[in-house]
Design a protein around this ligand. Sequence first.
Ligand code: TK8
Length: 357
Amino acid sequence: MTAIWRNTLTLVGATTLTLGMAHAQSPELSDPPEIDGDIVGDHGTHTLRMGIGLSENSPQYISSQYFGEILEKRTDGRITVNVFPNSQLGDDVQMMEMLQTGTLDMTYPSSSAATGYVEELAVFDLPFLLPSREAAIEVLQSDVALELLEGFEGSGLKPLAFSENGYRQLSNSARPIETPEDVAGLDVRGLSVRTMENPVHLDIWETLGANPTPMAFGELFSAMEQGVVDGQENPWSTILTSNFHEVQDYGTETRHVYTPFIMMLSERTWDRMAPEYQELVMEAARQSAEYEMQLSAEYDTWSREQLEERGMQITRLNDEQLEAFQEAVQPVYEKWAPRIGEELIQDIQAIVDGSSE
Ligand code: TK8
């Protein structure tokens, strides 16, 4: 990424955050790795249109721009990428369908939105499966995870790389949430929570006594603003960079699910590319995914602090409170483990246990 472009982005990022939320500066972000490697041979030109759900300030957008920079530099401008943020081309499910029909070249959904294509991806939706970012990244870079991507074969979707959406946190506009009983509401109605369009997430919040509503990410801000739902759950960086704190007063650091992103290309676009371009696209996707994970980590704690500075009352669960949530959602494992695959779950847990040694 050229320095001028990054400085412009940082300025835009800071301005956006500053204008929208007074006194924000984007976090000190690491520079992306230098783009090295030979310029590949001339195999024609491609202008790739890529739709993503998050905003220009998100790690998802910044790393997608870096992906485009790599391709542009390594093909001497013959491959360029135009990134359309803020769900402006559609939501995760719609954009994957656009890849299948060839009306869009790339998108970057949460793995949770893709379980309709590869049901085993729902393993990542099991609550509290991945106890730390280090363990999560180890799993995402393992053969077990990469074999899951083979499940897209023949779907019209060409997966390129996993990266990090991150640990999901609960936010809401109704009340402070410290226990599962607070979610269910003993003398008041259960919290109405927007979830991704994913059956395991629906089960998590139903099991906690909430009233879950599956909804596209692009409709979420206005649904919360109009009181259609009390709350939602996403990583702190998404809550901040999507300005959810403007319509959400309370946060709870539940870290109930670690969600991956999957960078993907339309198979129609892939099939039009020469093998040398295909190899470069895979390499650029891997490099940008690694950068995205680094940015996501740098944004996480900083975003929570920024949200508190903007007035969001954030509850940090102590061990006992966290254990109460983990215990309350245990039935979700009992219901979903047989469908997702006990062996797959054991394989992932073995990696997690190995990473903690
Ligand atoms: C953005 C979505 C979002 C996800 C959600 O395209 O829908 O809540 O967490 O990040 O993938």
